[in-house]
Ligand binder design. Structure first.
Ligand code: PLP
Length: 441
């Protein structure tokens, strides 16, 4: 399969749908470019006018097994024939228990675990805030600049990614402090990446803990082990290890927000395994249901000690979503080595492009969580216009891309993406970069 553009974009049917949409939907929606999706197959999406696109963003790291994966489709169909909903908070289904069993088997370093199922990433964050407070009987929370944890009020209080997401929505949860996330790319000359991670930990100890918040009042530190929305920023291992040490010393819960980095995206089931660091609480969503809404709070058994009735969710752990999640995990478990291998192929290809296009100043990230940072090659300042131009141009060539951070393109394709799709993506990208950078005549 290859991308195929047959009409102007959007085509006539797409135009009509967009016009209808614009007449009645919330103006807060972003709508990156005029893609009107109709059906998907593998790594490809057809729009309503019969144009075909190669998807390198998977609906923001969600369609983990690609579109219409037969194993996932089969499980969902079977579940649809049985029972759709019974409310997992109050009653039992087999798939609910099977999924929780499966999820509690990953990240062995966390020891024995318990699982609470949610509908989304932000609901998992909200639940984790409550769980950490319940367990520690403390109120304070820490998260990081550049971090994105969702848009409901608790999660938004932790989020510090783009001001537009927060302005006019405060006041936020009291007791939240933000710290610096290590920026290896812009570290001072002579400093190693590992030193850069340790420096971020020293700042937390010497500045925040000495001047702003006592560590004894912190219930939890929320961190994305790789920042997603903030720019696919990969921290040095020393940073996450340092956070683990701080939490151990002060009785703080270490919460890994793996909503974006989880379910095989890094080539390990969870980034916690990639870094070999075990949090107290791990949050997962996005790719878990291959597109059906489901998330989870996974906590060490002694941490998940809230009592009967203290937390619940009507739809969390919906039976159909659970079936999709079990099937998704079964597929992903088998392809982890392919994700590592093909992710490397993509990274090597992007690094080759960087040799020809100096606006690419960095290519980073494990597996299929790869960021390509664009910047002015001389000043090294971000170039958000170039990123937007590249997204639009690639779309018109049949390639779906998505930006993050100030000017980084994130490559988060379906995890089944292989050499054929990678070659097509690199070829289109090369052409678009050459055109973007050509002086307009
Ligand atoms: C790391 C991270 N946490 C939380 C969220 C919020 O998830 P949701 O949009 O499912 O509420 C996101 C969404 O992009 C995310 O990337």
């Amino acid at each position: 399969m290859r991308p195929l553009i047959k009409t102007e974009l959007p085509g006539p049917r797409g135009k009509a749908i967009i016009a209808q949409d614009e007449s009645c939907t919330s103006p807060s929606y972003i709508k990156e470019y005029p893609l009107v999706a109709d059906r998907g197959q593998g790594c490809f999406i057809d729009d309503v006018d019969g144009n075909r696109f190669l998807d390198m963003m998977a609906g923001i790291a969600v369609s983990s097994t690609g579109y219409a994966h037969p194993h996932v489709m089969g499980a969902v169909r079977e579940s649809l024939e049985k029972v759709w909903h019974i409310c997992g908070t109050d009653f039992y289904t087999e798939s609910f228990s099977r999924l929780c069993t499966k999820l509690s088997g990953y990240v062995p370093g966390m020891g024995k675990k318990r699982v609470f199922l949610t509908n989304s990433g932000t609901e998992a964050i909200e639940g984790a805030i409550k769980l950490a407070r319940f367990h520690t009987k403390r109120k304070g929370l820490m998260s990081f600049y550049g971090g994105f944890h969702g848009r409901t009020m608790g999660a938004l209080s932790l989020t510090a990614s783009k001001i537009r997401q927060r302005e006019h929505f405060g006041p936020f949860l009291p007791g939240v402090v933000h710290a610096e996330y290590p920026d290896v790319l812009r570290r001072p000359a002579g400093m190693t990446p590992e030193e850069c991670g340790l420096e971020a930990i020293r700042k937390i100890e010497n500045q925040l803990f000495n001047r702003v918040v006592s560590p004894d009042e912190l219930a939890a530190i929320f961190v994305e082990p790789i920042q997603g929305e903030g720019g696919y920023v990969v921290p040095p291992k020393s940073f996450l290890k340092g956070l683990r040490g701080l939490c151990d010393r002060h009785g703080i819960m270490l919460v890994f927000d793996e909503v974006q980095s989880g379910v095989g995206r890094t080539g390990e089931m969870y980034a916690a395994d990639y870094f070999d660091i075990a949090p107290d609480i791990l949050l997962t969503a996005k790719g878990l249901g291959s597109g059906l809404p489901i998330g989870a709070i996974i906590a060490r058994e002694e941490v998940m000690d809230w009592t009967r009735g203290s937390h619940g969710s009507t739809f969390g752990g919906n039976n159909v979503s659970c079936a999709a999640a079990i099937a998704t995990l079964e597929v992903v478990e088998k392809i982890l080595p392919d994700i590592r291998k093909n992710g490397e192929l993509l990274t090597v290809g992007l690094k080759k492009l960087a040799e020809r296009h100096p606006c690419i100043i960095d290519v980073r990230g494990p597996g299929f969580m790869v960021g390509m940072e664009l910047a002015d090659p001389i000043t090294r300042q971000p170039v958000p216009n170039l990123m937007a131009q590249l997204e639009q141009m690639a779309f018109r060539e049949g390639l779906l891309l998505l930006g993050c951070g100030a000017s980084t393109i994130r490559f988060a394709p379906p995890l089944i993406c292989g050499p054929h799709e990678i070659a097509i993506a690199l070829e289109i990208l090369d052409r678009c970069l050459a055109r973007c950078l050509a002086p307009s005549s």
